[in-house]
Design a binder for this molecule. Structure first.
Ligand code: NAD
Length: 437
């Protein structure tokens, strides 16, 4: 990747397109609309409230990220999306029960005006949902063409200069890349043949890549994580990243595990369970969709602890993840972790975490950041997999053969150093010996 000579400024309106207008999407939209009216602060969003140190610690240059990098402004965002239910964003937000009426009422009119475009939906990929607001076409190729037309029309009709897309649709059944996913030619043929291993989310991603629209994947589906999509992203100069927003339990894991490892403490077992009752929980109650989530959640510990390098500390680690659909909880998920650790002379100890979180409250600012950083990446001339955005994902996409960095502190350093590098500032290594010369 080459350092950009100059990152072009964010001119004009930015279309933020969200396939899946459910709990996360509508919570994001509501937050941005309220922030634009000065009624709330965009808490949890690094692009809005995060700072970045530049130069030496003694330089006292610590601007906000949004004042350092030429990001799109919140006021310039125009939201759009697709869903298989025809509810507008206000109705969908009421249905999702994340936000109270006091937060939705002031922006009811603006939210109601955001109406989903018809979805591409082959139900075999999300077995629990049965929607009617769907496109029809003889082949998957034509489905992609319809999505491409949606994107172009949305940009034109809303006077936008460009677009970015974040997948906020339901988790699809577990799939592994097959022959159809190996090259652009194989995938395009597969679209024409309506190959059964081309999932809904892949068609959205393909349409975006064809249109040069940066694409981030918030669910654990493959979506843009296969060779043909990576090849197309490079060919059309489009940034991509994924997968699966890192919000609750995995966020906790990737904060705590690096600390245990840094201190050389052993871990014998890590049992994680969740209860949640939103539509996401209902979809994940189906074994195919749960498998996608399980695989995404399991990878983090293995890669942080590196049991092959530390067999005496992590070689026997038993890691188990469960998700239970429990409707009374709605979006207010509870995640429990029991961690069996051991220290000096092998004596055992335990850590318990009980995270009473709110799924969409944690996820919405991540979607905002991914949209803004995706758009920035494109203007910086970045293309293909954006590993510097691993910070946001449970299962970060990386170059082939490269293990992902899951440690949230390494991810955060990588993100900030990429911004420094992009903007021509010195990288920060934390060596700090110049203060003692
Ligand atoms: N909230 C979190 O903390 C979190 C964390 C990680 C990942 N995620 C993922 O983010 C996604 C969204 O979560 P949510 O809580 O908003 O779920 P949700 O069920 O409220 O919303 C998903 C929406 O996607 C729609 N949809 C499904 N397939 C579609 C298609 N092919 N085209 C268009 N729309 C489609 C559904 O109708 C639904 O309205 C899920 O995949 C979830 O697993 C969420």
């Amino acid at each position: 990747m080459q350092r950009p000579d100059k990152v072009s400024i964010a001119n004009g309106k930015l279309a933020v397109l969200l396939p899946g207008m459910g709990a996360v999407s509508t919570t994001l939209m509501a937050g941005v609309l309220l922030a634009n009216r000065g009624l709330v602060k965009p808490i949890g969003s690094i692009t809005q409230s995060g700072t970045i140190r530049l130069g030496k610690r003694t330089d006292n240059r610590v601007p906000r990220i949004k004042d350092f990098a030429p990001l799109a402004r919140l006021e310039d965002i125009v939201f759009g999306g697709w869903d298989l239910f025809p509810d507008n964003a206000y109705e969908a937000a009421v249905h999702a029960k994340v936000l109270d009426a006091k937060d939705l009422d002031p922006i009811k009119e603006e939210l109601s005006a955001i109406k989903p475009m018809k979805a591409v939906f082959y139900p075999e990929f999300v077995k629990r949902l049965h929607g009617t607001h769907v496109k029809t076409a003889p082949t998957k190729f034509e489905m992609v063409e319809q999505l491409r037309a949606d994107i172009r029309n949305f940009i034109k009709d809303n006077g936008c200069s460009r677009a970015v897309c974040v997948w906020c649709g339901s988790t699809e059944i577990y799939l592994e890349p097959g022959p159809v996913h190996q090259s652009i030619a194989a995938f395009e043929k597969g679209l024409r043949d309506s190959d059964p291993s081309i999932a809904n989310s892949m068609m959205y991603a393909w349409a975006c890549l064809k249109e040069g629209v940066p694409f981030a994947n918030g669910a654990p589906n493959l979506t843009v994580d296969f060779p043909a999509a990576i090849e197309l992203a490079r060919e059309t100069q489009t940034p991509i990243c994924g997968k699966d927003f890192k919000t609750g339990q995995t966020f906790m894991k990737t904060m705590l595990a690096p600390g245990l490892k840094a201190r050389g403490l052993g871990v014998r077992g890590w049992f994680s369970t969740n209860i949640l009752g939103n539509r996401d929980g209902e979809v994940l109650d189906e074994p195919g969709s749960f498998r996608s989530k399980e695989v995404s959640k399991l990878g983090a510990l293995e890669s942080i602890f590196q049991p092959e390098l530390n067999p005496e500390l992590y070689g026997d680690l038993y890691h188990k993840v469960r998700i239970e659909y429990y409707p009374p909880r709605g979006d207010a998920k509870e995640g429990w972790d029991n961690i069996d650790i051991f220290g000096w002379l092998g004596y055992p100890m335990q850590i318990k975490i009980d995270f009473l979180c709110r799924d969409s409250i944690l996820a919405a600012p991540l979607v905002l950041d991914l949209a803004l950083f995706g758009d920035l990446s494109k203007r910086a001339g970045f293309r293909g997999v954006q590993e510097w955005l691993s910070f946001y994902f449970k299962s970060p996409q990386t170059a082939e053969g490269l293990y992902p960095e899951h440690d949230v502190f390494i991810q955060s350093m990588k993100l900030k150093n990429t911004l420094r590098w992009m903007m021509g500032e010195e990288l920060i290594t934390h060596l700090g010996n110049e203060y003692y010369d």
